[in-house]
Design a protein around this ligand. Structure first.
Ligand SMILES: C[S@@+](CC[C@H](N)C(=O)[O-])C[C@H]1O[C@@H](n2cnc3c(N)ncnc32)[C@H](O)[C@@H]1O
Length: 265
């Protein structure tokens, strides 16, 4: 994989950005009922998930838990993980004491047995990761055979075209800008990669790949008349429905062997 941090200043940004602990409440409030998350991204993931009754689902990067709540309401047995303790605290308040919630960084090995889940959802989290290989290998490992990973990311064509000057499309590059949350700037850093790098990373981890570019929930047309057309006519996020292929041990992704498991897991 080609990874190109754009300059020294940007490397400094990588360290201080994406601090969800510092803006957990603002992010959760802003995305609870908005057009892009509540009427486009979450309904699309739920639609791809379909009937989840009785399924064991890992919500990877669960944030404050809106997707976990919706999956649980549909009958799934949900476990949520996230790198931000503050986001998980909000999830705990929403979901109650019974829900399994753990602080876990998706760049690390996952504290779950092989085949522990029927499905994994990874909603708007993979684009924070520079290297998808080890993470996808772990997500594949904790899925049962034939299980599904449903993932949403910033659409690679949008992440490419919003930069001026445009980055090298075929490289994997990071970019940084400020979100404005509750009147305060929040520095964010994302990793964009070409479409083929996404599909190849999924395939290399042992997934069969299906891409989806869904429309927003039709109910949003009346609720957000000014912005609905723009969202329904232009790319925003890209969705993947990935099936854990039936692999023999010899075919399992190499990354699994490379991960060093901490004591006690
Ligand atoms: C855009 S939010 C989406 C949250 C949730 N999926 C939702 O749809 O509301 C991204 C989430 O990913 C989490 N995150 C970012 N990098 C992560 C990492 N390396 N490991 C685990 N979680 C991470 C953040 O803490 C944040 O809660």
């Amino acid at each position: 994989m080609t990874s190109v941090p754009e300059d020294r200043a940007q490397q400094a940004d990588l360290r201080r950005s994406n601090d969800y602990d510092s803006f957990a409440g603002s992010y959760a409030a802003e995305t609870e009922n908005n057009l892009v998350n509540a009427y486009y991204e979450r309904p699309a993931v739920l639609d791809l998930a379909g009937d989840v009754t009785g399924r064991r689902i890992l919500d990877a990067g669960c944030g404050s838990g809106p997707l976990s709540a919706a999956l649980r309401d549909r009958g799934a047995v949900v476990t949520g993980i996230d790198a931000s303790a503050a986001m998980l605290e909000l999830a705990r308040r929403r979901l109650g004491d019974e829900m399994a919630l753990h602080v876990v960084d998706l760049r690390d090995p996952l504290p779950f047995d092989d085949g522990a889940f029927d499905d994994v959802v990874a909603s708007l989290v993979l684009h924070y990761l520079q290297d998808w290989g080890p993470t996808l290998a772990e997500l594949r490992r904790v899925l049962k055979r034939g299980g599904r990973l449903i993932a949403s990311v910033d659409h690679p064509f949008v992440a490419y075209t919003i930069r001026d000057p445009r980055p090298e499309y075929f490289a994997t590059t990071s970019y940084t800008f400020d979100w404005r949350l509750n009147g305060h700037p929040a520095p964010m850093t994302f990793w964009r990669r070409p479409l083929h790098a996404m599909t190849e990373a999924f395939a290399a981890a042992g997934f069969r790949v299906s891409i989806s570019e869904p429309q927003p929930d039709p109910a949003a047309r009346e609720l957000f008349p000014d912005d609905f057309h723009g969202l329904s006519a232009r790319p925003c996020f890209l969705f993947f429905q990935l099936t854990a292929a039936d692999l023999t041990n010899a075919q399992l992704p190499q990354e699994i062997g490379k991960l060093k498991r901490p004591q006690g897991w």
